[in-house]
Design a binder for this molecule. Sequence first.
Ligand code: S3P
Length: 213
Amino acid sequence: MCAQRTLTRKFALPLSRYYTKSVQASSDSRLASPKTVKPRRIVLTGFMGSGKSTLGPLLAARLGWSFIDVDDVIEAEAGTTIAEIFARHGEAAFRERERATIERLAAGDSLVLALGGGAIEHQATRTLLLTASGTLLVHLQVELATTLKRCRGTEQTRPILADHANLESRYLRRLPLYRMAHHSIHVDDLFPEQAVEKILSLFCLDCGQKNPS
Ligand code: S3P
């Protein structure tokens, strides 16, 4: 879902309206991430409204890990909003700041990291997150219609969402990049807690212990 952000974001709908009760999750295992592998960090990627910033804290709490939202760090360090960074400096400047921030944060252990929706477009970021030892990249997959429903009313704080003319092409361009992640989970019809369970079961992360570090 479009997550709450202290400065700039608000839930467009109550939590319960983002997810229906039917569970239709599916996932694909693509890269070597067997259940015996114990990750030291989980990185959540996906289009706007996929729930990265909402699931992230829940997942981290289940694991006894920390949670960091990359966009929050960018805004705190810049002392301004992402929308302002886009408006003043352009998307390319934001992307470079985003890349450097992820590179720094992704070195942390016992960490759930939520990326901004466009971070996956940067090749260096993808390579880092797909190859770094102990890092598992999880794609929360949503239909574009889900993004539009969940993020309605947040265009002012989401410049990419506000760019209506290019939204669908961005979505389609990013989809194969997201799907390079170690796992993809369809989350359109999942409650946040259900998606968390799905992620935990993918990696057997809370099998037997609370805090695998
Ligand atoms: C963006 C998504 C936003 C934020 C920025 C750009 C994108 O994050 O990083 O507005 O390019 O899709 P969320 O995915 O958390 O909304």
